[in-house]
Design a protein. Structure first.
Length: 105
C-alpha cells in the first residue's frame, strides 16, 4: 500500500467503507484534521460533521455522527455512532425525517 491509506468507516450496524485512499479529512472535537500516508499515530474524538476522502484524484464525501478516529501510518479507522456515504444518502428519506423532527419541536 505504498502511498495509500486503508480507510475503514465502521458503525455498530455495518462496515460503511473499506478502501485504499490517498487522503482522509474528518472533523474532530479540536477541529478539522487531514491524514496522508505516513501520518503520526493518534486517536481523537469526532464531532458530528462531514468527512471526505480522496481516491485517484476524486473526492468523495460522507456524513459522520460522532465517534472515534484511530490513525496509524497506513490506516485510518473511523468508529462512528452513525455514518453514511454521500452517494448513498436518500434525499426523500432525509426530508421526511426532517419533517418529523420539525413537528416534534
Amino acid at each position: 500500500m505504498a502511498g495509500k491509506i486503508l480507510l475503514e468507516v465502521i458503525t455498530p450496524d455495518r462496515l460503511v467503507l473499506r478502501e485504499e485512499v490517498d487522503m482522509v479529512v474528518a472533523t474532530a472535537v479540536e477541529g478539522e484534521f487531514g491524514v496522508l500516508p505516513g501520518h503520526a499515530p493518534m486517536v481523537c474524538l469526532l464531532e458530528i460533521g462531514p468527512g471526505r476522502y480522496k481516491k485517484n484524484g476524486k473526492i468523495d464525501y460522507m456524513a459522520i455522527a460522532g465517534g472515534i478516529a484511530e490513525v496509524f501510518e497506513d490506516k485510518v479507522s473511523i468508529l462512528a455512532e452513525a455514518a453514511e456515504l454521500a452517494r448513498e444518502i436518500n434525499l426523500k428519506r432525509v426530508m421526511k425525517a426532517r419533517e418529523r423532527a420539525l413537528k416534534r419541536l
